[in-house]
Each structure stands twice: as structure tokens, then as C-alpha cells.
Design a protein around this ligand. Structure first.
Ligand SMILES: [Zn+2]
Ligand SMILES: [Zn+2]
Length: 252
């Protein structure tokens, strides 16, 4: 199993996960043209896709989903609430995902985990394939017991480090947006992200990718300073870029 990013941040998110048998796209916050361009960079094309999974209906995650599904005839999996609010549910490409119930997509076990975020029925995903586990966790305002339980035993993790608390407080956002982003239904700050690793099996982690980093309220260096002390192997740490995403990472 291996994974890569087409881009990560408030201007668009999309992650690829693949095995010998299948290739899954998680979210697509880019236009079709942009998605094709970014997939080409990773040696893939939308026609390779087995399925598209959607975490929630915010435009940085959903913008390109339906156009891509229609053009390339790919099934789209998401919760009822995301389907309803993201205008996906009436499409014949839509497949229902029940949060907390794992399903098999192309040989990969996919667990949709409910998260606290200001969307209709948002989730994030834990994927398992041949005893290896990849956790994708962005767009949540706090770490609930359910989240903690599901993300404890990952071999690779893509983890939101959205903002630094001080930078957000002193930054350019209006008060209401600061409250939203920093609230329990907004986005994880660096310290919250680090706290997920407190009781996780960190020795297992081959890759930890800092993701969904705010360009105005955080820096890769600050996020790294928070996460690195939690890890056994600091070489495992890298950060995802809005423009470049990151290249394929193998989970051995
Ligand atoms: Zn987002
Ligand atoms: Zn969101």
C-alpha cells in the first residue's frame, strides 16, 4: 500500500491511496483540469480510479468530486449527510457510507470515523490492507475518544496541523473566523495534533505527514516543533504542500 497527495490546505485537498489492485482518491478540491495535471505528476490518471471517497462537503474537499465522477464514471462514497448537503446523493454514482462501519473497497478495508467539524455528517478514514494501516485525519476541531481509539495503531498517518494558537490569535482573520477555526468544531492546532500521538503506538509509524496547514496561521517549522518530540523516528516526519502535495510514500 502507498499514498500520495495532490495538494493539501484550505485551497484544495486530494489524497491518493493505492495497492496492486486498486487506486482510491480521497476528496477532490480541485477542478478536473487541475486534478488531471496533479495526478499526471504522480504517474496516475483519473481513469485508474477504483473509487472516490469524500470526507465532507466543504469546497476544498468536494469541488471536483462530481465532475470527475461523471467524466470518468467512478463511484463516490460518503455519508448520507455529506451526500445530501454536497449534492451528491441524487447522482447514480453515489454510494452510502455508514460512519463507524468498515467496508471493503477493492480489497482495502475502509473505516469511516465520525469527527467533530462544522459540516453536516463529516468523517475521516482509517484504511487497512494486509495488516498495514493508514490513517487520514484532517478537518476536525477536537480529538474525541472515538478518534483516539481508531487512530492509535497506524503505520502511516496524514495528520492535520492547521494552526498555531498564537499565530491564529494575532493573525489577520476576523474575530468570528478565529472562533470558528479555533473552536471544537473547526480545525486542529499543532498541540492538539501532537496530543493524538500521546497514547498512539508511535514506534509503528513509518510516515507522519503534517497536512491541511494554514498559510496564514501556521508554518511547517512550528508544526514540526510540536510533532517531532512525540515521534521515535523523526525521519518519518514531512509536511504536505498546497501546491506540490507530496510524492508516493510506501507503507512497507
Ligand atoms: Zn478542509
Ligand atoms: Zn472542512
Amino acid at each position: 500500500m502507498r499514498f500520495a497527495s495532490l495538494g493539501s490546505g484550505s485551497k484544495g485537498n486530494a489524497t491518493l491511496l493505492e495497492t496492486e489492485q486498486s487506486c482510491i482518491l480521497i476528496d477532490c478540491g480541485f477542478s478536473i483540469k487541475e486534478t488531471e495535471r496533479r495526478m499526471t505528476r504522480l504517474g496516475r490518471a483519473p481513469s485508474d480510479l477504483t473509487a472516490i471517497l469524500v470526507t465532507h462537503e466543504h469546497s476544498d474537499h468536494i469541488k471536483g468530486v462530481l465532475p470527475l465522477a461523471r467524466k470518468y464514471k467512478v463511484p463516490v462514497y460518503c455519508s448520507y449527510g455529506t451526500g445530501e448537503h454536497g449534492q451528491l446523493r441524487l447522482s447514480h454514482h453515489w454510494r452510502h457510507l455508514e460512519l463507524g462501519a468498515a467496508i471493503d473497497i477493492g480489497g482495502i478495508s475502509v473505516m469511516p470515523v465520525a469527527v467533530p467539524h462544522d459540516a453536516r455528517e463529516p468523517c475521516q478514514f482509517v484504511f487497512s490492507y494486509r495488516k498495514k494501516t493508514f490513517g487520514l485525519l484532517t478537518d476536525l476541531g477536537s480529538i474525541t475518544p472515538v478518534v483516539r481509539e481508531h487512530y492509535q495503531r497506524c503505520d502511516a498517518l496524514l495528520l492535520e496541523c492547521n494552526h498555531d494558537v498564537t499565530m491564529l490569535a494575532n493573525g489577520p482573520y476576523p474575530y468570528s473566523l478565529k472562533q470558528r477555526v479555533g473552536g471544537d468544531w473547526g480545525h486542529l492546532n499543532n498541540q492538539q495534533a501532537a496530543s493524538l500521538l500521546e497514547d498512539a503506538e508511535v514506534a509503528r509509524l513509518q510516515h507522519v505527514v503534517i497536512a491541511h496547514l494554514s498559510e496564514k496561521n501556521n508554518t511547517p517549522a512550528l508544526a514540526r516543533m510540536a510533532i517531532e518530540p512525540m515521534l521515535v523516528n523523526s525521519d518519518a516526519l514531512l509536511s504536505a504542500d498546497q501546491e506540490a502535495g507530496f510524492d508516493w510514500l510506501d507503507i512497507a
